[in-house]
Write a protein that binds this ligand. Sequence first.
Ligand SMILES: [Zn+2]
Ligand SMILES: [Zn+2]
Length: 157
Amino acid sequence: MIELKLIGASGRPLCRWCHKELGETSSEFCSEHCSESHRLATPAQRLRQHVFLRDRGVCHKCGMDCEELKQTILHIVSLYGSQYARSVLMTTGFKKLEATNLAQDPSQDFWIIEDRDGTPESAETTCRACASRRRKRRSNRSEPGEDGDLFDDHQGP
Ligand SMILES: [Zn+2]
Ligand SMILES: [Zn+2]
């Protein structure tokens, strides 16, 4: 169930796509553009849009602001090249493979969605550094943890 009823701070309904507060309108969207974007989006894209507007790319686990980092890395790449951007990413906590990938194409998103059942309530913004740590732990549990992270695993029943 992805369709939430969105209500703004002042009690007015929000546009279902961009979450802007709606004025006097019977429409669920603020504009033709939003209505069209929503109509064309897949359920996964709708969930992603919802989570992005809610969290603005801030990782639920480590608090990293992925959008800010992305802008920084785009800037670094344009000034110093992707080699340097990669080393910056690695000091930020990204594994070598992920850092290389992001430094080569910093226009991609630095975060993913992790959810338990596909609902917006269970969907969490997860930076790709945290995501790859979790993947690694899942695939290779016998290896001693190299980063001693503290967050819950949310492994569900
Ligand atoms: Zn809108
Ligand atoms: Zn994180």
